[in-house]
Design a protein around this ligand. Structure first.
Ligand SMILES: *[C@@H]1O[C@H](CO)[C@@H](O)[C@H](O)[C@H]1NC(C)=O
Ligand SMILES: *[C@@H]1O[C@H](CO)[C@@H](O)[C@H](O)[C@H]1NC(C)=O
Ligand SMILES: *[C@@H]1O[C@H](CO)[C@@H](O)[C@H](O)[C@H]1NC(C)=O
Ligand SMILES: *[C@@H]1O[C@H](CO)[C@@H](O)[C@H](O)[C@H]1NC(C)=O
Ligand SMILES: *[C@@H]1O[C@H](CO)[C@@H](O)[C@H](O)[C@H]1NC(C)=O
Ligand SMILES: *[C@@H]1O[C@H](CO)[C@@H](O)[C@H](O)[C@H]1NC(C)=O
Ligand SMILES: *[C@@H]1O[C@H](CO)[C@@H](O)[C@H](O)[C@H]1NC(C)=O
Ligand SMILES: *[C@@H]1O[C@H](CO)[C@@H](O)[C@H](O)[C@H]1NC(C)=O
Ligand SMILES: *[C@@H]1O[C@H](CO)[C@@H](O)[C@H](O)[C@H]1NC(C)=O
Ligand SMILES: *[C@@H]1O[C@H](CO)[C@@H](O)[C@H](O)[C@H]1NC(C)=O
Ligand SMILES: *[C@@H]1O[C@H](CO)[C@@H](O)[C@H](O)[C@H]1NC(C)=O
Ligand SMILES: *[C@@H]1O[C@H](CO)[C@@H](O)[C@H](O)[C@H]1NC(C)=O
Length: 410
């Protein structure tokens, strides 16, 4: 019966057509999922393929194979316009070139003069009679933009003063023949170099690395990486700005005293410590220098005293964070109506002078020894300092809220 034969023939034709069009997984391609491209530039699609075992017998890689790129979907027989590149043809809808060696299963392709209407998904097909196959399971999405995406800055580890740190800046290079040029803007001297790198999906990127040793002066300064893409005769720029967050030990630690004038016994004096540090100071400690002896007297950012006669003297504070500590200047707490506490330097000069007087007095004393046993006036000084030592032990009474602990500062 001729009708049956015709039907079987048609079914056979249909099946072989389906096999030819869809390949039935006769082709496995490897390419990136997505490529971001600049208008007017080129795009390189890294591509490789493999023929699964059961289809090997029809595929002979030494026979010249044509590579075909199809946009949107694989139904090119219904939409012949979707075939945008066929390596067997000299004129194609897209200007391009298969730069990979097809005999070595490399289907890497470059398209030139990309326009925004190239934004689409693309499938790859091989035609190498009698082998015909399209990979229907894998496509690459090409997204064309007028402006490049920003490069990406990454940092190795913690940025802290005195420790060299490396910054990487990476920019995609979809058209590796015209890669972007990367430049840095930093608050310090530096050297850097650009290199083209291959990513895990075979796409290319330009990487630039700089290393420098940050100081606390670089804190909150900007660091910028600029990528300049050559497109035709002009350039397109994109940049990444990043504010440095340098951690550092306390700097500019200083003490202020309020009121600054001499105070009378029984009044309140407020000592305040300030410091810049990153992270902020968590522990302020107060010290008093008296008689050349330093004693820790309080903690907390401010220290308030209800002044007693023994509180006069020099005070300073120390600020501490996880990176170290900073010591402030010394301020003097002077008490009205009492002897001005003696500055150590003044004390030294007075001591030396009195010492000389004492020596002179001794000589006079020995000269006069035979006639009289009266004590010379030079011993006054010794009396006075002994008196001060005796007063050193009790620490000054403080006002109700002794010291506001600076720990709740953060
Ligand atoms: C592949 O084709 C070449 C050239 O036609 C031929 O010499 C070779 O034997 C073929 N190889 C296979 C495995 O069929
Ligand atoms: C690719 O070009 C060849 C040669 O012109 C042609 O035989 C083949 O049908 C074309 N393939 C597609 C999918 O258009
Ligand atoms: C494929 O060809 C491209 C372009 O010629 C080349 O850059 C790439 O290294 C090749 N890939 C492999 C796996 O050989
Ligand atoms: C492609 O690869 C084949 C086999 O490895 C080699 O004979 C041929 O010279 C290569 N073609 C090019 C253009 O490199
Ligand atoms: C297309 O690109 C090629 C190579 O990049 C260039 O020489 C040519 O001038 C471009 N053509 C147009 C129309 O932009
Ligand atoms: C894409 O758009 C350009 C103008 O931007 C036009 O000249 C070209 O024909 C279009 N190409 C396709 C394949 O639609
Ligand atoms: C910078 O890039 C190099 C090379 O890829 C890598 O070894 C290093 O870990 C990267 N450093 C940072 C901070 O990302
Ligand atoms: C630092 O960068 C920010 C944006 O990240 C910007 O607003 C600021 O003006 C920049 N500062 C300087 C000094 O360039
Ligand atoms: C200081 O202490 C004295 C005695 O303890 C008290 O009488 C006086 O009111 C206190 N002064 C202040 C300002 O707290
Ligand atoms: C001391 O000075 C600090 C900072 O100016 C202030 O916060 C605090 O209230 C003052 N304490 C007293 C008791 O005046
Ligand atoms: C800067 O670093 C410090 C300490 O490492 C951290 O506490 C702080 O949150 C960071 N600041 C910003 C703006 O990232
Ligand atoms: C603050 O620093 C002082 C002096 O270094 C230390 O004795 C004290 O234990 C510290 N306190 C805290 C809470 O870290």
């Amino acid at each position: 019966m001729a009708g049956h034969e015709n039907m079987f023939f048609l079914i056979g034709l249909f099946i072989s057509g389906v096999l030819a069009c869809f390949g039935q997984n006769g082709l496995n391609t490897t390419m990136p999922d997505r490529l971001d491209v600049l208008t007017g530039s080129c795009v390189q699609i890294p591509c490789s393929y493999d023929i699964p075992g059961k289809h090997h017998y029809t595929f002979n890689s030494t026979i010249i194979t044509s590579g075909v790129w199809i946009k949107e979907n694989t139904h090119f027989y219904r939409h012949p316009d979707n075939v945008i590149f066929n390596s067997s043809k000299t004129v194609n809808r897209y200007q391009g070139k298969i730069t990979g060696n097809m005999s070595q299963k490399n289907c890497t392709t470059v398209f030139f003069n990309v326009t925004t209407n190239y934004t689409n998904i693309y499938f790859f097909r091989i035609e190498s009679q009698p082998f015909l196959a399209t990979d229907i399971e894998k496509s690459v999405k090409i997204v064309v933009r007028d402006f490049p995406s920003s490069p990406i800055i990454t940092v190795s580890g913690e940025v802290k003063e005195g420790t060299p740190v490396s910054w990487n800046c990476s920019a995609v290079a979809p058209c590796p023949e015209h890669p972007p040029e990367l430049t840095w803007t930093l608050p310090t001297q530096f050297t850097s170099e650009n290199q083209l790198q291959e990513n895990s999906d075979q796409t290319k990127s330009v990487l630039s690395t700089v290393t420098f040793t940050p100081s606390y002066l670089h804190h909150e300064k900007n660091i910028t990486c600029t990528a300049v893409y050559p497109v035709g005769t002009s350039n397109k720029r994109a940049e990444h700005n990043m504010m440095l967050n340098v951690s550092f030990s306390p700097k500019d630690t200083s003490t202020s005293i309020s009121p600054a004038d001499p105070v009378s016994v029984g009044s309140c004096v407020n000592l305040t410590c300030s410091s810049t540090a990153n992270p902020p100071v968590t522990n302020f400690t107060w010290f008093k220098i008296s008689e050349g002896k330093t004693t820790q007297v309080a903690s907390g950012q401010s220290y308030t005293l209800n002044v007693t006669v023994v509180d006069g003297g020099l005070y300073y504070c120390e600020g501490r964070n996880s990176h170290g500590c900073g010591k402030s200047n010394e301020v003097q707490l002077a008490i009205k109506g009492h002897e001005e506490p003696v500055n150590p330097k003044v004390f030294e000069i007075v001591g030396k002078t009195l010492g000389l007087i004492f020596l002179f007095s001794l000589i006079v004393f020995f000269a006069w020894r035979r006639r009289t046993s009266r004590l010379p006036s030079g011993f006054d000084m010794t009396d006075r300092s002994q008196g001060l030592v005796g007063m050193n032990s009790p620490v000054g009474t403080v006002c109700s809220n002794q010291a506001m602990v600076g720990r709740g500062n953060q």
